[in-house]
Design a protein around this ligand. Sequence first.
Ligand code: BGC
Length: 398
Amino acid sequence: MNHPQYGDEVNLNVDNEWSNLDIANLKAQSVLAILRNQNADGAIIASPDFAQYHYSWLRDGSFIAYALDHAGEHEAASRFHSWVTRTLDGIGESIDDVVAKMLNGQEVDPLHMPPARFSLTNSTEPDDWPNFQIDGYGTWLWALGRHMEMTGIGVLSESLRTTVDRVARYLSTYAFSPCYDVWEESRSGLHTSTLACVYGGLCTAAHLLGNGEYLLRASDVAKRVRDSSLPLGRYVKSNESNDVDSSILWLGTPFNVVSSTDEVFAATVREIENALTLKGGLRRYPTDVYFGSGAWPVLTASLGWHFVATGNLSEAIRCRDWIVQRFDDQGRLGEQFFGETRDSTSYSKWVDLWGPPAKDLVWSHAMFIILCEEIESALAVSGSTSNLRQTNNEKGAS
Ligand code: BGC
């Protein structure tokens, strides 16, 4: 097939029959969407059209780098990891400082914790963003480990060793400190999905560094997560909320804190689907109000990824096709959908504050790529390729 080139006009037949849509072509467009939002240094902005997202987040960027690796764009993934490494080396002293303060029992101002996102012009520019979010640091270590595996890099260079060790020490020290969650909210909680990311990062660091202490700390994290499921027989959003949150899906895939087929986890996934499905996609959590709390491609892809892991390919394909329907006629894939009709009051409040939600979110493209790749690999293993081009009979939102 002909892959589109950078700068080509996107010509998606979104109004026509789905059977005409070539998933591979769409995936290639998503790869281009990522590449054109990466700067020469390797940083990747979260969204080109939403001013608040003109930053490079560790969280978004790490999933994006994994998608790039999945799509064979190893050089671009490598540039992201090099940019993170340089950026974290640049704030190395302040990371070491907050670790030392915690170990000495000193107070640390959350505003002075290592950043969750970095500006492209000045990586260490201070701002009043809720910085104290440790999940992105864990996700970065995890994505770096996957990058090394997928590119056959067996050992860390000496300088990268220092960075990985520093980040792992930070995670290990702050694993059980309440911080902002993956949605940059709820500062005072211990969040299940944050713990999942920390676990993924610590396991990767333990493996890369041959450090058993990080592995022990990771098992403490896993135990804490498992214990949190005991009262309700399912996982919860945080130690402050018994709600579910779609990001809990990451406990199974990709971070492997629990087995994707585990019964308690399966009960959690059912509850997530029951409580958070909106017109076929997944919302973040029940009381969410951000832009009316629409359904997110990032989370619907996470659900699809889970279905691949549990061998339910038809549901995985349903999730993929839901995302396919969310691309606009310029090939953009937004952050969330249908919030304006679900809760028009909250939607309007956010629009008044920040303008309409991101029309093109790079993380959405990344998760779409990951899900497509996972489905293709699973179909290849099962010896079938016939489902690669699905006919979607449920045209439009249900
Ligand atoms: C989300 C974060 C995300 C950021 C940039 C926020 O609205 O809650 O998870 O990292 O946007 O995409």
